[in-house]
Design a protein around this ligand. Sequence first.
Ligand code: SF4
Length: 300
Amino acid sequence: MVARLMTLAQREAFFHALEKNNPNPQTELEYASPFQLLAAVLLSAQATDISVNKATRKLFAVASTPQAIFALGEDGLVPYIQTIGLYRTKAKHLIATCEILTKQFDGEVPQDRESLESLPGVGRKTANVVLNTAFKQPTMAVDTHIFRVSNRTGLAPGKDVLEVEQQLLKRVPKPYLMGAHHWLILLGRYTCKARSPQCGACLVEPVCHFKDKQSINLTGTLKGSGFVASKSLANKVRDKLADAAKNHHGKGVTGLLHNNQDSPKKEKTSQGVRLSNPQKRTVVKKTVVQVKKTAKRTPQ
Ligand code: SF4
């Protein structure tokens, strides 16, 4: 299901929270010149930034310009980058790119998309990273993390990376366009992970429209409540509670556990099953007992 679109106010709150936490977001790739950034990004396809940094630290110590890497040749380059996935193809592309930069661009990295994308191994995403990070242009390089976060949260949904890129350029509020690329990558890499988003610890949770956000939070809360010890049991209890809440109220179970010490006023505003606090605890305890009994009867 596609997440509901964020409003402008929500998008502003989203980026305000990310900016407040990290006012000057940076790439995690190490580089000291536009050329080194281009080389590092070219090497980073389907590889981690850590593995690329390990390789480029040694490479750039002996050859840090297009001329010097071209002079190494493929055979000379491979030993430096062979710990990185797809290193043979990447070596070919990097040497060919260095040759073109040396012969056609005076050893400089061009600052326009068309010239960048004409270089071997440089696609739209790499060009966007270089234009944004080295040349401070408000471009949006959509990788797997940004694609997921944009769709999941309702920030800028799209069916492919190009659509997400165009949506982001339209929907990210202007003051945040320069930093958006890094903030979104870091959010996707460390918090809004593919399989286990950390919604409970997420800065943008209040404005995120991910449909499973509440259930994920509830799993964490159940685990933290002391009623259940494992994540898998918490998941089962959560699902059972969610079913019960749906059958009786047609709503979620937000607040079912959250408000054990809440005031009656807050209790009224919770969306979940409206029970007094001791009753809530009883419902949860009973559900845990039922789930445990069922698990015993049906061993995996
Ligand atoms: S609240 Fe959850 S789904 Fe939404 S951005 Fe944060 S981690 Fe991702």
